[in-house]
Design a protein around this ligand. Structure first.
Ligand SMILES: Nc1nc2c(c(=O)[nH]1)N(C=O)[C@@H](CNc1ccc(C(=O)N[C@@H](CCC(=O)O)C(=O)O)cc1)CN2
Ligand SMILES: Nc1nc2c(ncn2[C@@H]2O[C@H](COP(=O)(O)OP(=O)(O)OP(=O)(O)O)[C@@H](O)[C@H]2O)c(=O)[nH]1
Ligand SMILES: [Mg+2]
Length: 450
């Protein structure tokens, strides 16, 4: 992808979903739009006005009768001249219309190229452009609402506020380096450390929000792990509301990872049921256990399923769980012991006593998962991508190094370099600093016509 190539060519694509529909849209962007519009309408269209037009081929044959709209540059989605041809939603007609537009001076657009141009023309920053794609792909109301917030710039504004604070800090530190005779005094100034700490706190909050944004966007990844026969597959089936996984009373039933995506009151949960953890000589089961470990490592939430007979021995597994994941310990089969449902916090985990068989305690588990997916986090919740979280983690590391350089070593040069790198990482979120490779990777995942 040539993100920085001059955009002097005109691009066109069908912007509506393929298939029969009431209306379909061919979208065109670029310098040739006025001439294409003139050819199709027979006169120059009024700006931002819907004209009913007879779209004709080169031979004068009618292709379709539809609406033609011209958004003159720069007041358009891309910032360039944009033309919309709204015809009948027929794959055949829209293809003919697209062909005609190309004859008149356009080429086919690559996926995401309209939004890429909007980015390059400053209509959107990179995080907002990504949110456009995430909005289109959203699988839940919560995900769509969050993506809309990011598209509106909620996330970007927070990033930019931190960026400004970071730049101000850099200015101070760089100035101190330029005047070495004052460096010692300056670096001892507690106001600088306070500013740096305030910035770190701000970015820590943003990281928490961004992680939540990723969950809203991608769904909450939940790994169901635990001893064989504890009821992991039964739990998956109960949450999914269908007999998705095989359940038997034979230990070692599940081997492959069984995935199911569910929508829980507008929140997407990505469930993964895994093979029961045990030492075994069966090579198939051993591979299943290996995969179960893999799921555990990459999950947002690990649900460790045990049962009333093994709760204490299974506790040992808690230690092996990745530190970053939320932990839920589910003690299943309380019906066997006529126990009551319980809900406790201990050992850094939430403990729930349930019975998949009777359904007792499942509502509490569902509610808890919903909260972890982002429910109840209030207005202004925005969507984010893993790339953003990674950038914020980098920023945090550089700021920590900068703080150490300032406090422990009074090393101005070192601190300045760390702050510079922090700014670079932060700027990658909104695209202030972005390589062509990254842009190519991002926009190529869009739909054609977006
Ligand atoms: N028919 C149609 N519907 C659509 C779109 C579209 O491109 N075409 N959109 C495509 O995603 C979304 C709307 N997004 C848009 C965003 C900006 C502008 C635009 O013309 N912006 C100008 C003028 C702003 C103004 O008048 O306030 C600008 O930013 O300068 C148009 C659509 C959803 N619905
Ligand atoms: N009494 C009782 N039995 C249950 C409950 N939940 C599951 N079971 C039974 O426990 C047995 C094992 O259930 P599974 O869901 O296959 O267990 P698993 O953890 O997936 O087992 P593996 O796939 O072998 O690791 C089945 O016979 C289930 O019917 C429960 O709440 N109470
Ligand atoms: Mg199973």
């Amino acid at each position: 992808m040539t993100a920085t190539a001059p955009n002097d060519d005109t691009i066109a694509a069908i912007a509506s979903a393929p298939g029969a529909a009431g209306v379909g849209v061919v979208r065109v962007s670029g310098a040739n739009v006025p001439q294409i519009a003139l050819a199709l309408l027979g006169r120059s269209p009024q700006p931002r006005h819907a004209h009913l037009a007879a779209f004709r081929g080169a031979d004068g044959q009618l292709i379709d009768r539809g609406l033609l709209l011209h958004f003159p540059s720069p007041a358009s989605y891309t910032g360039e001249h944009v033309l919309e041809l709204q015809g009948h939603g027929s794959v055949v007609l829209l293809d003919l219309l697209l062909r005609r537009v190309c004859e008149l001076g356009a080429r086919l657009a690559r996926p995401g190229e309209f939004t890429e141009r909007a980015f390059l023309n400053g209509k959107l920053d990179l995080a907002q452009a990504e949110a456009v794609a995430d909005l289109i792909a959203a699988r839940s109301q919560a995900g769509a609402r969050a993506a809309l917030q990011s598209m509106d710039g909620v996330f970007s504004r927070k990033v930019n506020a931190s960026l400004r604070a970071l730049i101000a800090l850099r200015v101070h530190v760089e100035a101190a380096i330029d005047f070495p005779e004052e460096e010692i005094d300056f670096l001892a100034d507690p106001a600088i450390m306070q500013k740096l700490e305030a910035l770190r706190a701000q970015l820590d909050d943003l990281l928490v929000e961004a992680r939540r944004g990723v969950r809203l966007n991608d769904g909450l990844r939940i790994a169901i792990v635990g001893r064989p026969n504890a009821g992991k597959s039964s739990l998956l089936n109960a949450l999914a509301g269908s007999e998705r996984a095989i359940v038997t009373d034979i230990a070692g039933t599940t081997r492959d990872v069984v995935r199911e995506s569910i929508n829980l009151d507008g929140f997407v949960l990505e469930l993964a049921d895994t093979a029961g953890l045990r030492d075994t000589h069966d090579p198939v089961e051993r591979e299943g256990v290996r995969r179960a470990h893999g799921e555990r490592e990459s999950a947002d939430v690990v649900v460790l399923v045990s049962d009333v007979l093994h709760a204490e021995t299974d506790l040992a597994w808690l230690r092996d769980l990745p530190a970053s994941a939320e932990r839920i310990v589910v003690i299943n089969k309380i019906d066997l012991d006529s126990l009551q449902t319980r809900d406790e916090c201990r050992d850094g985990a939430r403990w729930l006593w349930i019975s998949v068989k009777t359904g007792e305690g499942l509502a509490v588990l569902r509610e808890h998962l919903k909260q972890l997916a982002g429910a109840g986090s209030g207005e202004g919740t925005f969507s984010a991508r893993r790339r953003h979280v990674f950038a914020l983690e980098q920023v945090a590391v550089h700021l920590e190094h900068a703080a150490r350089a300032l406090i422990d070593m009074r090393a101005g040069e070192l601190a300045a370099e760390e702050l510079r790198q922090a700014q670079h990482a932060l700027g990658e979120i909104t695209g202030t600093y972005t390589s062509d490779d990254l842009l190519g990777a991002i926009f190529s995942t869009f739909c054609i016509g977006k």
